[in-house]
Design a protein around this ligand. Structure first.
Ligand SMILES: Cc1ncc(COP(=O)(O)O)c(C=O)c1O
Length: 436
């Protein structure tokens, strides 16, 4: 029996998606992915795109790596398609591979399926710890304006975009957002702002159970000053608040270090991981202090597909590639060239208000020239032109929906970076010229 999908054209695929599942494909260019290999994506008509999306920051070692395919096929053809939380060698081997990347040598890991799930678990562990050690008064969850942690309820409550939380009206407490010190949308990058904002919100520091922060804000590829984050770490320690770093996007090499929190010189209590941990199938993890991860009885935190053997095998193959090919070093060195090129574009083009990022992740903050007003229409038009000309970008994200995100697979070469920069600059110049 052969396995056929039964579509003859992109249009037939798009018609079915629009009819049955419109929300999932909303906003993206209507490119029907057929296969993806290395730094290229191919659509159903065989057209090739240079990928600057990594499929939303997943394909860190590139798409369709034969080693990952082999791990998946080998596990599937044993056959072993599922184990629930029964032990598997795939799961154990992945944990062993992750061991020397943990914040502290005696930390533990909890394997899950999606980034949002990892956020939910980190919040649950942090609030449980606060309740057990300090009682009912310690309930506040502090997070950052413009932050994004996923689409589930806890993750959206911790997020910092009011528009995404309209559906949660009435259930916001005890989530409090403070400004994210990106130096652009928030010019004051001093740690004082953190403390004064909490005071203005009427929050007693000792009531804070957990502070959750993206190591860089995904929406704008924006980093906080290292000094600020080090002060935050001390503040959390002084107030017995759990510090959670959301590395779902940043983890496993994206910024030129294994984890982006390393740039700040801190050691978080919990770290949430996902996306690039496997470069492919859904796998996520919460790692961190054993006294936090050990709070629940064995089996009490089970997740049906968490640590799925095929996903674990894929992640194991991914991490082995990352080590043997020194992918993190490539992200740092090629990423530097990428950053230089994007800054050069920004100097020439007034519609680029700012370039934030590091390693292999950047965002161009598109604005009305001469102002900081986000220009979503311009960002969307630039992305469309790039896709039309064979440079794959996902739809604009972040503040005002006006940030063009640049996040290639970490294996990209300098030549491929130059090729993409050429297309991107032409797209921006074309849109600026069209507007006059
Ligand atoms: C920083 C961050 N945290 C959490 C998530 C949620 O991950 P997932 O979509 O796998 O649930 C995302 C997804 O984009 C993310 O960028």
């Amino acid at each position: 029996m052969s396995f056929e999908l039964g579509y003859a054209s992109a249009k037939e695929v798009l018609d079915d998606l629009a009819r049955f599942e419109p929300v999932s494909v909303q906003g993206q260019a209507p490119i029907v992915w057929d296969r993806a290999e290395g730094v290229y994506v191919y659509d159903i008509d065989g057209r090739q795109y240079l990928d600057w999306s990594s499929g939303v920051l997943v394909a860190n070692v590139g798409h369709g790596r034969p080693e990952i395919v082999e791990a998946i096929v080998k596990t599937a053809s044993k056959p072993l398609l599922f184990t629930y939380s029964f032990p598997s060698a795939e799961r154990a081997a992945l944990l062993r591979e992750m061991a020397d990347l943990l914040p502290r040598p005696d930390d533990k890991v909890f394997l899950l399926s999606t980034g949002s799930e990892a956020i939910e678990v980190a919040l649950k562990l942090s609030l449980t710890h606060a309740l057990r050690t300090a009682g009912e008064g310690k309930r506040v969850v502090v997070s950052f304006e413009r932050g994004f942690h996923g689409r589930t309820m806890g993750a959206q409550l911790a997020g910092g975009s009011p528009a995404l939380k309209e559906w949660l009206f009435g259930v916001e407490a005890p989530f409090v957002q403070v400004p994210f010190p990106d130096g652009y949308r928030t010019e004051d990058t001093s740690f004082d702002l953190f403390e004064t904002t909490l005071a203005e919100e009427g929050v007693d520091p000792f009531d804070v159970a957990v502070v959750i922060m993206e190591s860089y804000q995904g929406g704008g590829a924006s980093f906080a000053p290292a000094e600020y984050v080090r002060s935050l770490e001390s503040w959390c320690r002084d107030n017995d608040a759990v510090l959670v770093m959301d590395e779902v996007q940043a983890g496993y090499g994206r910024t030129g270090t294994w984890f982006a929190y390393e740039h700040y010189g801190i050691t978080p209590d919990l770290v949430c991981c996902g996306k690039g941990i496997s470069s492919s199938l859904p796998l996520a993890a919460v790692v961190g202090r054993r006294e936090l991860l050990d709070q629940y009885a064995v089996g009490a935190m089970s997740s049906t597909h968490g640590g799925h053997p095929i996903c674990a095998a894929a992640a194991l193959a991914n991490l082995r590639i990352m080590r043997s090919e020194e992918i993190v070093g490539n992200a740092a060195s090629v990423g530097e060239k990428l950053g230089e090129g994007l800054h050069r574009i920004a100097e020439k083009h007034p519609s680029v208000g700012a370039v934030h990022g590091r390693g292999m992740v950047y965002a161009l903050h598109m604005v009305v020239p001469g102002t900081k007003e986000p220009d979503a229409a311009l960002a969307t038009a630039v992305v469309k032109r790039c896709c039309d000309w064979g440079l794959m970008l996902f739809a604009p994200v972040g503040f005002g929906g006006a940030n063009v995100k640049v996040c290639p697979p970490l294996v990209m070469t300098e030549e491929q970076v130059d090729e993409g920069l050429g297309i991107l600059e032409e797209a921006i110049a074309g849109e600026e010229a069209r507007r006059g």
